[in-house]
Design a protein around this ligand. Structure first.
Ligand code: EPZ
Length: 417
């Protein structure tokens, strides 16, 4: 298993370009199953989760041509509709093929995704919504087996709680259903918005995306398209936090800054100095920072995927901070590791209490999930001495080789294979 050696305290200069959003690309790659024509996708990130989704699609019989950050997917010879345990356990987002398979092929057999280190990750909301559209489910040997008699039929789906994945699965099932569907209490994340834009470019008729009420008129068929994946707001937010943590002048380019309003509001309250343009942000030395209290929420609230990273920044701010994690039940796995690096964080139920004014010192730490691992990289960059981060396969799922992308802006990060 690879490990990273991060040399602190790191320098950081110049600028960095942000690439495509993994969490937009994954549902959009899954939606290629809805059509038998070419779907060309551009601006893809070179991260492990994209490779996992390619493997899953190959397993169904997809034809995929990869050219740098673009792929062309063709699903005119889909034979198998089974997503086996080995493929699904590596990436929970595999569940996103359920809606498309049921919608176009009327059947699917998917291994139950199982939990991960941030929570049990149930799929009840996915199954609730797909059942509303007419799918029938049974469970056998850890698999969920879905069937559709005839076609799916448009329905009104009222989600009791917001879910990004369940919203995406419902949209992908409804686009080929007979009649109209409305989704109430839909997720409003930019990645859901991007999926709907891509589906509309393939011939779907979706309106209201980006709001909590989405309407879909079922169509007979979807066609080919050429879609540019939106840039990754979470990767952008991670590098913005890194620049403020290291107290450097640095530019983060090529992403829609409107998608990070909640982060900018928090950073401005902490005293960060930033010049925000529509497609880039310039960070200026901002110390001293002030502590702050925040709660993670569904979009447009503060994203849970930036919770670990802002916690690292709070550790060096003046005074106390608090984070209430409202989305996942166990998303504080980075806390004991940050404490090993010199942070002073206590957890009580779903709230983390962070004492500031800390100086990180290098140590051996263990990554536990994607965003926890990058919070350890940030702490290592700001620490005195060397930090060794084990199990970096977690990091590689959502960040392109960080020793190269960040490395070319100054930090000395070495990968040991
Ligand atoms: C998506 O996961 C993202 N993954 C996650 O990013 C992100 O943290 C999450 O949305 C929240 O923004 C992808 O897009 C591939 P949810 P998803 O359904 O769809 C509960 C990362 O780091 N829930 O909005 O799985 C669930 O347990 C990853 O890139 C149910 O109870 O998130 C959680 O507590 C991590 N039943 C809450 O809802 C369900 O059927 C929100 O989950 C589904 C979810």
């Amino acid at each position: 298993m690879d490990k990273l050696i991060v040399n602190g305290t790191a320098n950081l200069k110049g600028s960095i370009n942000i690439y495509g959003a993994k969490n937009a690309a994954l549902p959009i790659m899954a939606c290629s199953l809805l059509s038998d024509q070419n779907l060309k996708l551009n601006n893809l990130p070179n991260v492990e989760d994209i490779n996992s989704m390619k493997k899953l699609l190959y397993n169904f019989g997809s034809n995929i041509i990869t050219k740098k950050r673009s792929i062309i997917i063709k699903n005119n010879r889909v034979k198998n509709k089974l997503a086996d345990y080995d493929l699904v356990r590596k990436m929970r987002a595999s569940i996103l093929v359920l809606g498309p398979l049921l919608s176009r092929f009327k059947e699917a057999k998917i291994s139950m995704p199982g939990g991960c280190s941030i929570g049990t990750r149930p799929i009840d909301l996915h199954l609730f919504a797909l059942s509303k559209l007419g799918a029938k489910f049974k469970y056998k040997d850890g698999y969920v087996i879905g069937k559709v008699n005839g076609t799916l039929n448009g329905a009104s789906i009222v989600f009791p709680r917001k879910s990004v994945g369940a919203t995406e699965n419902s949209i992908m099932a409804a686009v080929l259903a007979k009649g109209n569907t409305e989704i109430i209490n839909a997720a409003k994340e930019p990645e859901v918005f991007d999926l709907c834009n891509c589906l509309n470019s393939m011939g779907a008729t979706i309106t209201g995306h980006g709001t909590s009420k989405i309407k879909i008129k079922g169509v007979e068929k979807l066609y080919s398209s050429n879609h540019n994946i939106i840039s990754d707001r979470i990767v952008a937010g991670t590098f913005i936090i890194a620049a403020i943590l290291l107290n450097k002048t640095f530019i983060i380019r090529n992403f829609n800054t409107q998608n990070l309003d909640s982060l900018f509001n928090v950073l401005e309250k902490m005293g960060a100095q930033m010049k925000i343009k529509s497609n880039s942000v310039k960070i200026f030395p901002s110390r001293p920072l002030k502590g702050i209290t925040l709660t993670t929420k569904p979009y447009p609230g503060f994203p849970t995927d930036l919770q670990a990273q802002i916690m690292t920044l709070m550790s060096v701010a003046n005074g106390k901070s608090q984070i209430k994690e409202n989305i996942f039940e166990n998303r504080f796995m980075h806390v004991p590791e940050l404490n090993r690096l010199g942070a002073d964080i206590k957890i009580k139920n779903d709230v983390a209490y962070i004492n500031g004014n800390r100086q990180f010192k290098g140590a051996q730490v263990m990554a536990s999930d994607l965003r926890a691992s990058v919070s350890l990289v940030l702490a290592g960059l700001s620490a005195y001495g060397k930090t060794t981060i084990n199990r970096v396969y977690h990091l590689d799922r959502g960040y392109e080789k960080i020793e190269k992308t960040l490395g070319k802006c100054g930090p000395k990060i070495k990968r040991l294979t």
